[in-house]
Design a protein around this ligand. Structure first.
Ligand code: PLP
Length: 365
């Protein structure tokens, strides 16, 4: 069967869809604890209160979840101080992203985003039949918002701003983002993807919710996968103008967000003080690792998320292999760089050690 040619006619636009490269589990090495720092996951296990909520919800998994995601939407509304009409949820913020593309783009319409940025962007856009317009990052691995504004055409329907930028690390500043939004036509939706917001420490970080309140064409995208540590449960949300949020709910997979995810998210909002302690520890570790690597001589861009970026071009794959040989699964982007998630201190120490060893064996110019 599988050795026969497949006669099924698939959409030609699929040919432009890159296949997603999943972060692999760390390969076992005799006598060495392996660490997977390739997917920007939170290294901490779920809080007991969150596990309790999930266990209780599990007793009703013979039932469909609440399709309206009513309780979580209300909890988010209370937590963020925005009307519930402005909240739309999805099975991870990647799903909300495809809803955003689905509600704004006809085939051939253009979506602008910085590149390199989140690898899901080109996949989601190509799948929808829309056209990707990637705009190169600047020399500091930051969004070039002026170039992004200049790339807007009559076909542009959506602009994605990833801040902090995955995988390179820097966050945009409030003043530059405001100046950018002022240049975007009002019928083009600007999405501020804040998957790593909780890890940012720069004082000029934009108040994206305020921007969304001021501009009907600005939406904020957030997730429970990173700071909240719920990557495995798949829940994210957008805050947007009620008309946009209503459209997003139309485009959602029915019953997509499970009750397990909803209850875990509500419990996590309640327990944010406890989660924040962990976020602060990860931020402190990030500062420690970035300082150690710069001390070794590496050029590490400003790191505002729970990860850091080695912009090492063609060394990306061999460096990742060297890390892997030491029980550290990192995320190489061939020809471009390597992204490493900040994890438990032992994993971070392993990274510092691997980087030092790499320099010792392959001196940089
Ligand atoms: C991890 C990540 C997300 C979140 O994805 P989920 O689908 O919510 O798990 C969104 N945007 C960016 C830039 C990310 O890195």
């Amino acid at each position: 069967m599988s050795d026969q040619p497949c006669p099924v006619r698939l959409r030609t636009s699929l040919e432009g869809v890159p296949a997603y490269t999943p972060g692999k589990p760390a390969a076992p090495i005799e006598g060495v604890t392996s660490y997977k720092i390739s997917s920007n996951e939170n290294p901490y296990p779920p809080l007991p209160s969150v596990l309790d909520a999930v266990t209780t919800a599990a007793q009703a998994i013979n039932r469909y979840p609440d399709m309206g995601v009513v309780m979580l939407s209300q909890a988010l509304s209370d937590h963020l101080g925005v009307p519930v009409e402005q909240i739309a949820t999805g099975t991870g913020s990647v799903a909300v992203l495809s809803q955003l593309v689905a509600i704004t783009c006809e085939p051939g319409d253009e979506v602008i985003y910085a590149w390199r940025s989140f690898e899901a962007y080109p996949i989601v856009i190509a799948l929808s039949g829309a056209q990707s317009v990637p705009v190169p990052l600047d020399a500091d691995h930051r969004h070039d918002l002026e170039a992004m504004a200049a790339a807007i055409t009559d076909r542009t329907r959506l602009v994605l701003v990833c801040t902090p930028n995955n995988p390179t690390g820097p966050a945009v500043r409030e003043d530059e983002l405001r100046a950018f939004i002022a240049k975007v036509p009002q019928d083009v939706l600007v999405v501020i993807d804040e998957a790593y917001l909780e890890f940012t420490t720069q004082d000029t970080v934009p108040d994206a919710l305020a921007l969304a309140a001021e501009h009907p064409n600005v939406a904020v995208l957030r997730t429970f996968s990173k700071a909240y540590g719920l990557a495995g449960l798949r829940v994210g949300y957008a805050v947007a103008h009620p008309t946009v949020a209503t459209a997003l709910r139309k485009a959602a997979t029915p019953f997509g967000v499970t009750d397990l995810a909803q209850e875990a998210a509500i419990a996590s909002l309640r327990a944010y003080d406890e989660l924040e302690v962990r976020v602060k520890e990860l931020v402190a570790e990030r500062e420690r690792v970035v300082a150690a690597l710069r001390e070794q001589g590496w050029e590490i861009p400003d790191a505002q998320g729970n990860f850091l970026w080695f912009p090492i071009g063609d060394d990306a794959v061999p460096f990742a292999q060297a890390c892997q040989a030491r029980g550290l699964m990192v995320r190489p982007f061939a020809g471009d760089g390597v992204r490493c998630t900040i994890a438990e201190p032992e994993a971070n120490d392993r990274l510092i050690g691997s980087a030092a060893e790499w320099l010792a064996t392959r001196p940089r110019p």
